[in-house]
Write a protein that binds this ligand. Sequence first.
Ligand SMILES: OC[C@H]1O[C@H](O[C@H]2O[C@H](CO)[C@@H](O)[C@H](O)[C@H]2O)[C@H](O)[C@@H](O)[C@@H]1O
Length: 515
Amino acid sequence: MTVNSPPDELYEELFADVQLARIFPDSKTFPDCIPLRSPSDILASYRQIRDTPEFNLKTFVKNNFNEPESFNLVLDNDGQSWTIVEHCQALWSYLTRNAHLMTNDPSLLPVPNDFVVPGGRFREFYYWDSYFIMLGLKESDYVNLISNMVSNFAYLMRTHGHIPNGNRNYYLGRSQPPFFSFMVELLDSLLTDQNILVDYLPELEIEYEFWMDGSADLTSSSQSHRRVVRMTDGTLLNRFYDDIPKPRPEAFYEDYHTAHSSTSERNESDIYVNIRAAAESGWDFSSRWLVNAGDLSTIYTTDIIPVDLNCLMFNLERVLASAYEKKFDRSMSQHYRQLAQKRKTAIQTYFWSKEHDYFMDYDFRLNQPTKSMTLAGVYPLWTELATEEQASAVMDKIERLFLKDGGLVTTINEKSHQQWDFPNGWAPLQYITYKGILNYSPRSPLVKKIIDQWMMLNEKVFNETRKMVEKYDVVNTNAEAGGGEYKTQDGFGWTNGVYLEMLKDRKNLMRKSHF
Ligand SMILES: OC[C@H]1O[C@H](O[C@H]2O[C@H](CO)[C@@H](O)[C@H](O)[C@H]2O)[C@H](O)[C@@H](O)[C@@H]1O
């Protein structure tokens, strides 16, 4: 299968000129535009006429490209206002894309089956969003669509060697938080008459190889390669990475200016790789990755070993062990069990900070935990890697530092103005946190507070705007969430998915009188 070159390579200097001239206010618009003739013809004619006196770049773009579709918000059902639940459920069909209808979109990566997009400017699927979307699809009885989406991911793994950030050719350099093992487990729980873990074993292996690439060659003198880091005690852990030392095409203007604003001696390519690595984390951007919270050019994602990523890798190892067990391959099952056990020990060694009484990321260059206390510290509860004492210390911090009127805030740092920071809250992190707490304390009143406060904010915003949005200001519940490099989007895949899942959990917990 041939994949088109990404738009920055396809249109060469025309791409940079359009992006730096800010022809579109959102940098992602141009990479998603549909060319009206062949890209090489467009580029040739640009080169021919750009220096003529009457040349106008905006007009040239208008004459040669169609703007991408924008998501049409559905407000009601033939004049009848939908309830929030009806809205979330009705939106699935508007957010579902038919794979066969999208062949004229040159930057889109083809997949065999339908898929669900988040909404707004996000017109393609996103790897980790899809897991939270699947939770809502499950609650809306779209099991077949979940199965098709898992199969798309398996296809991408076989075709490209990994699941890209999203299905655009300009996302191929990186992935996103590895949730494939959770998707496979989810599907397995829905299709109990099938052997889903064994069916997807080859792709679980590909996922593992991608994240562990180069690990065999690491010695103590060569500490890191792509997504793997070898600690001084020989332990292997993972970090986020992207090999491409260039601005992200979908944020070309922003990255170019971030790199050129740097007051340090640091070279541009190093800044670009670190920016892209943060995009792979899904937390783009957050003070979590910054030396100076107010300055994106001080980003150092690749020095950091993230606690959430390593918990996800633990689950991948655990699921691989179970899949081999189901295949009656004892030796491979044992192999992955040992790797999972090693990871579990390492998570205790490197991420638990006695000083903070919390799970922190680890800076392997400085050999110490980072300074940011973030909601990523709840992943060891979700993946059941914390001790009872640690879980109770984490719950205490969640209640005292992270819980706000509208739910959980992402970080407790107030100065960054990045979207994965105070005062914003995000649906996937609410989900991971309350599920993590339930693993240790099934009757915890904190779970009720998180669920009630988050759902109430979703409902308030929905009643006022008829929208479900990508992220919320959980501190000032009357304000729209801000920060970051684009306007808050609506639709919105993971918010709808988590809302429907929470609704089910709240009902069940009330039925069991746990609330
Ligand atoms: O265009 C800027 C960046 O946008 C994406 O990131 C954000 O939206 C994603 C879709 O909801 C979400 O998965 C991610 O966590 C958000 O931060 C994209 O993933 C980035 O790669 C992109 O540069």
